[in-house]
Design a protein around this ligand. Structure first.
Ligand code: ZN
Length: 129
């Protein structure tokens, strides 16, 4: 197995574990949540609400399942090989403790942002492997 493949596996595993690092992500989603009253048949408020999450970029409302939590400032491509202190720095940028550095994006906006970040990143030779 190539070093690049090993590095990608490690990076992927750490990124996936962030998905389960829930408290800070939940707080970011909560902050972007909009509650819309559900009307009853007569057109009055039923006292119940539908919850949607506002995309920080396009400002449209989405269901929670359609939202990605994103780092406003990209955490970067990861770390060099063999990993040194840069691995620790990258993990610290990924596992943030302040929800303010996160934002909720719809899948489309997240895809566009990630693509732009990758293209920008490609021009930086300092990112290691
Ligand atoms: Zn969007």
């Amino acid at each position: 197995m190539s070093d690049q493949k090993i590095k990608n596996m490690i990076r992927g595993a750490i990124r996936r574990s962030w998905t389960y690092y829930d408290a800070v992500r939940k707080k970011a989603i909560e902050e972007a949540t909009v509650r819309i009253p559900i009307k009853n048949a007569k057109g009055d408020n039923s006292g119940r609400f539908s919850e949607f999450v506002r995309c920080a970029h396009c400002q449209e409302l989405f269901r929670k399942s359609e939202i990605d939590v994103d780092h406003k400032v990209p955490v970067g491509k990861g770390f060099g090989w063999p990993p040194g202190d840069d691995l620790l720095d990258w993990v610290k940028r990924l596992f943030v403790t302040e929800h303010e550095v996160l934002q909720c994006l719809c899948s489309d906006c997240h895809r566009v942002k990630t693509k732009e970040e990758r293209q920008r990143g490609k021009r930086k030779p300092s990112d290691g492997l």
